[in-house]
Write a protein that binds this ligand. Structure first.
Ligand SMILES: [Zn+2]
Ligand SMILES: [Zn+2]
Length: 259
């Protein structure tokens, strides 16, 4: 983690703290008093960073982290989480503050001796797409999400000799339809750069990449039997891509206003 003394200058985050203070006041004047006392004492504890994550103030989060004002690995005051950083990850995720979430994830990989281990828990990512739009394409070999672990695209370049320049020059270049997993170096079949780009667009299916506004979506309603009324009643609805059956995630439902 970078540590720079001059960043400790609180005026760097004064404006952001002012905005955050307003957010908290609107939420609860009692909490606001506690918050203001802490800021007055420059006591940047879990409460302050929690609210910074909740109300999307990345500058404040960075200020606390980069000046080592708080050990994020220490136990959280909220007993549902093992550490402060777990609490913050959940908070930024729930509030869809993707930038903060990615920043915190970056800190975890920075502090892990073996960074390749950190990108492995793709199970945990399953729970993520319910609130964050993280496109997913799982490498069939190493099971990592290539949008997170990276992928390589090949470029074909044609050179010809140029007598003007006395050297070979590029005459044409094109991207090849070949994608290689950055983690395990496997060429992934039937995949190309365009398809991966399509998957990243919110109105496209996160699995097959087709445009949902063109291919359509399927609305499924589960009916459960109600003994009292002796009737089937609808219990929950789900929406999925009409082409491949992949379920829409929460950001997509929100985007299409079908929540
Ligand atoms: Zn792989
Ligand atoms: Zn699909």
């Amino acid at each position: 983690m970078s540590y720079d003394k001059k960043n400790l200058d609180i005026t760097l985050v004064e404006d952001e703290l002012e905005k955050l203070s307003k957010n908290i006041y609107l939420e609860s004047p009692d909490l606001w008093i506690e918050f203001s006392d802490k800021i007055g004492e420059k006591n940047f504890d879990e409460m302050i960073i929690f609210f910074a994550c909740k109300y999307n103030h990345l500058t404040i989060v960075k200020y606390i982290v980069e000046n080592n004002l708080l050990d994020l690995t220490s136990p959280s005051r909220n007993k549902s989480f093992t550490s402060i950083i777990d609490h913050l990850l959940a908070t930024s995720k729930t509030n869809n503050n993707i930038e903060i979430y990615n920043y915190l994830i970056g800190l975890i990989s920075e502090n892990t001796e073996n960074p390749s281990d950190i990108s492995t828990p793709d199970n945990s990512n399953n729970s993520l797409d319910s609130s964050l739009y993280i496109p997913k394409f799982i490498c069939p070999k190493c099971k990592s999400n290539i949008f997170e672990s990276g992928y390589k695209v090949m470029k074909s370049m044609i050179y010809k000799y140029s007598s003007d320049k006395n050297k070979p020059v590029i005459k044409s270049e094109e991207l090849l339809d070949s994608i290689t997993c950055n983690k395990c170096n496997t060429v992934i079949q039937d995949l190309n750069p365009d398809l991966l780009e399509n998957i990243c667009i919110v109105n496209n299916c996160s699995d097959c990449g087709s445009d949902l506004t063109v291919s359509g979506i399927v609305n499924e309603t589960k009916m459960t039997y109600d003994k009292k009324s002796k009737k089937f009643v609808s219990s929950n609805e789900s929406y999925s891509c009409a082409k491949c059956g992949n379920k829409l995630n929460d950001s997509q439902k929100e985007y299409f206003n079908i929540k």
